[in-house]
Design a protein around this ligand. Structure first.
Ligand code: NDP
Ligand code: MG
Length: 393
């Protein structure tokens, strides 16, 4: 579709602008000044980067969510027109502001849940990278989303969204959710006991934040993404199948009842799905590299190994049971991944901590954001107890 130059610019707020997705979202905005206007930004701790971005884009509002960084001297260098606020409430006010059309939520972890909820309640377009919002609160968020209001940024879900354009999800036989396999593809459970943080951070195809990189190594990321897809597309968990695609060139596929399979292919560059979530229903050019399929040679597929990657089974259990169990899965995983990143537990302890925390939870129906926040806090405490029971400092 040709670009409509008479249309007003989409006014975008980027939450988590200092992270991997946030930086790439800013790059998309930088390249499309006629279509996109960055009006507001949030960061948690990296205030110098926030200030640099605020100055470059001349934004009107900035939020620092970590109270420990709310008075960093560098914040005095924010542009004069830029109002500064702090904490979670600051993000919610920013999201609801009249001059924001679209919220790109690139916060990491369940800390992003309230902002996604506020964006949908306020009728904003939600370009959602923060998959944890849907894993934890999909039951609350999906009924709030009008058609075309919630655009997934996660590359697989963005791909599935594109494969489904013009089709009815009633006609879906299954979704093939692709996965690179991560740095430990082909390793056994025994091999994984001794892998280091350095090994786990060496993802073969994507350069991402630390938490999602570890989730990609344990395959918890794929488990979370099955739950995310279940909510987004209303497809049963059993019909969302994980498929290893080593080259990360097929970003996912949808198989329809008539046997047709539609795949989304392209370069492994997150600016493509980020941009599509902002340009939809239009398509704009990107500087992302092109795939020359004549050079590519082959596309390899495999099934994941459920014995070596037990996080997949834990996420399946959480997705199947539903209700408040995915909230507990996610919170325990965040605590365990943080402990692994700080070398306080082993790689295989991550699944042990998540399982022990899930076992201790009495599942409830999801009723409110406040209830989910209380369960998230409980699960974090319980996961820390599980870590200490395993002898982790
Ligand atoms: P990063 O760790 O690179 O960035 C996280 C961002 O969130 C930073 O801006 C950080 O601020 C901010 N942040 C951290 N903690 C909090 C908090 N408690 N409250 C508010 N903001 C906080 O992560 P990624 O960019 O890799 O991932 C962001 C989200 O996107 C995740 O949900 C991830 O699963 C998803 N995603 C990422 C992909 C990728 O390629 N990276 C692909 C698909 C999905 P600061 O840095 O200032 O401390
Ligand atoms: Mg993904």
């Amino acid at each position: 579709m040709p670009q409509d130059h008479s249309a007003p610019r989409l006014r975008v707020a980027i939450l988590g602008c200092t992270g991997s997705i946030g930086a790439q979202a800013l790059d998309v905005c930088r390249r499309h000044p006629d279509e996109l206007e960055v009006v507001a930004l949030s960061a948690h701790s990296r205030t110098a980067e926030l200030v640099a971005n605020a100055r470059e884009f001349g934004i009107r509002r900035a939020v620092v969510t970590d109270p420990a960084h709310a008075s960093d001297p560098v914040l005095n260098e924010l542009p004069v027109i830029c109002a500064l606020s702090t904490g979670k409430e600051g993000v919610l006010d920013l999201v609801r502001h009249d001059d924001v059309d679209c919220v790109l939520n690139a916060i990491v972890g369940s800390a992003g849940l309230e902002a996604s909820h506020a964006a949908l309640c306020a009728g904003k377009r939600l370009a959602l990278a923060n998959k944890e919002s849907l894993v934890v609160g999909g039951d609350l968020l999906m009924p709030l989303a009008a058609p075309g209001q919630l655009l997934p940024v996660d590359s697989e879900h963005n791909a599935i969204f594109q494969c489904l354009m013009g089709d009815n999800t009633r006609d879906v036989h299954c979704i093939w959710l692709t996965c690179s396999g991560g740095p430990f593809f082909g390793r056994t459970e025994t091999d994984l006991a001794s892998v280091t943080v350095h090994d786990a951070l060496a993802h073969p195809t994507w350069n991402m934040g630390a938490k999602i990189t570890i989730d990609s190594a344990t395959l918890m990321n794929k488990g979370l993404e099955r739950i995310e897809a279940m909510h987004l597309f209303g497809v049963p968990l059993d019909d969302i199948r994980v498929l290893i695609q080593r080259q990360s060139k097929i970003h996912s596929m949808v198989e329809f009842v008539d046997g047709s399979v539609i795949a989304h292919l392209g370069a492994s560059d997150m600016r493509i799905p980020i941009q599509f979530a902002l340009s939809y229903p239009e398509r704009w050019s990107t500087p992302a590299p092109r795939v020359d399929f004549r050079q590519l040679g082959s596309l390899e597929f495999a099934a994941p190994d459920p014995d070596a990657f037990s996080c997949l089974a834990l996420a399946e259990r959480a997705g199947r049971e539903g209700r408040t169990l995915p909230c507990v899965l996610n919170a325990a995983n965040e605590v365990a991944v943080d402990a692994f990143l700080h070398e306080r537990c082993s790689f295989v302890d991550i699944a042990r901590v998540v399982e022990a925390t899930m076992d201790a939870h009495r599942i409830e129906d999801v009723e409110s954001i406040q209830q989910l926040r209380a369960i998230d806090i409980w699960a974090r405490e319980r996961a820390r107890y599980a870590l200490s029971s395993l002898g982790c400092a």
